[in-house]
Design a protein around this ligand. Structure first.
Ligand SMILES: C[S@@+](CC[C@H](N)C(=O)[O-])C[C@H]1O[C@@H](n2cnc3c(N)ncnc32)[C@H](O)[C@@H]1O
Length: 299
């Protein structure tokens, strides 16, 4: 199998041959009525994540990726209140984070994508609960609006913690950057270009190569906002899991994480409180394409 993270363009992928395991077996029967979609690799629950997470086995998940609402008064639907007091928002986050810690395997990875303002108290909570800080990854964002009397916001924080010493960390290299217009390399690498690894440069904790999800072919028509790029989620999945391991996302949205897992042969568990129609359509049709991803997985 190639070391490049580039995704298969077809869905569903069913590369794991012996179907002896299904991640649904990690979930107690009490939540079966909330299950709205299933593939050979994963399962989606349509409910509040705080109703589902307590019914997932202890120490059973390899990686959790969470992109929660940022409490910016966005309209996700009639069930989600994205305009809580600061205290209520942090209490709510601590409640689902504690469940995430419980269900992670020892050495499993937890990624939280949020505003720097929330990542500070949430990171402090994770440290207090005994999680191991790995990185604050700055994900460069375009198109945010200037805020009066403040610096121009240009990154979201992707917190990366593990439950003790990481059990899986796969080194990633990214392609040497070239100019979109003239195809020449952007940097001269201080005259050491010839000595560089042909598979690319070491991935850093500043990710400025994540594209916005703008074009229709990358976006679910049933849900046009708040969709992350598959490139970001794929990098997280590739870095922290091997094929056949289990990824959980408590805030499914348009299903980016589940799509990435299907294409990269990981098992997955998904939760979404509002409608899951966009997720179901995305996983059952070839309508939404993944972003190109030239990451090289060194192993
Ligand atoms: C920022 S979006 C996630 C987008 C997703 N990463 C994607 O790429 O499509 C947050 C999602 O969390 C859902 N949500 C909010 N509160 C929830 C809760 N308590 N339990 C489960 N899902 C919730 C919202 O409906 C929304 O779809």
């Amino acid at each position: 199998m190639s070391n490049y993270a580039t995704n298969s363009l077809t869905l569903p992928l069913q590369l794991i041959s012996a179907q002896e395991f299904h991640p649904g077996t990690l979930c107690a029967p009490e939540i079966a009525t909330n299950m709205v979609f299933k593939t050979s690799l994963g399962v989606v629950f349509n409910a509040d994540c705080l109703k589902i997470l307590p019914h997932i086995e202890d120490d059973s998940i390899d990686t959790i990726f969470a992109d929660p609402p940022f409490n910016l008064d966005k309209q996700y639907g009639s069930k989600v209140d994205d305009n809580l007091s600061e205290k209520a928002y942090l209490m709510w986050c601590r409640a689902w984070l504690n469940e995430c810690i419980r269900i992670l395997k020892p050495g499993g990875a937890l990624f939280i994508y949020n505003l720097p303002k929330w990542n500070i108290p949430l990171g402090a909570h994770l440290t207090e609960e005994g999680m191991l800080f790995r990185h604050w990854i700055a994900v460069n964002i375009k198109l945010s609006l200037p805020i009066p009397k403040r610096l121009y916001p240009s990154h979201y924080g992707l917190l990366y913690y593990t439950k003790g010493t990481p059990k899986t960390f796969r080194k990633i290299r990214t392609p040497i950057q070239i100019c979109r217009h003239c195809s020449k390399e952007l940097k001269d690498y201080g005259g050491h270009r010839n000595a560089m690894n042909p598979n690319g440069v070491n991935l850093t904790d500043v990710w400025d190569d994540i594209p916005p999800v703008r074009h229709r072919k990358f976006k679910s028509a049933k849900r046009t906002q708040n969709q992350l790029s598959t490139k970001l989620v794929n990098r997280v999945v590739q870095m922290s899991t091997n094929e056949g391991e289990v990824v959980l996302d408590p805030f499914g949205g348009s299903g980016t994480t589940f799509d990435v897992c299907e294409r990269s042969n990981r098992y997955w568990i998904g939760i979404e409180k509002e409608s899951c129609d966009a997720i179901i359509e995305r996983l059952s049709t070839p309508l939404v394409l993944p972003h190109e991803n030239g990451d090289f997985i060194e192993g």
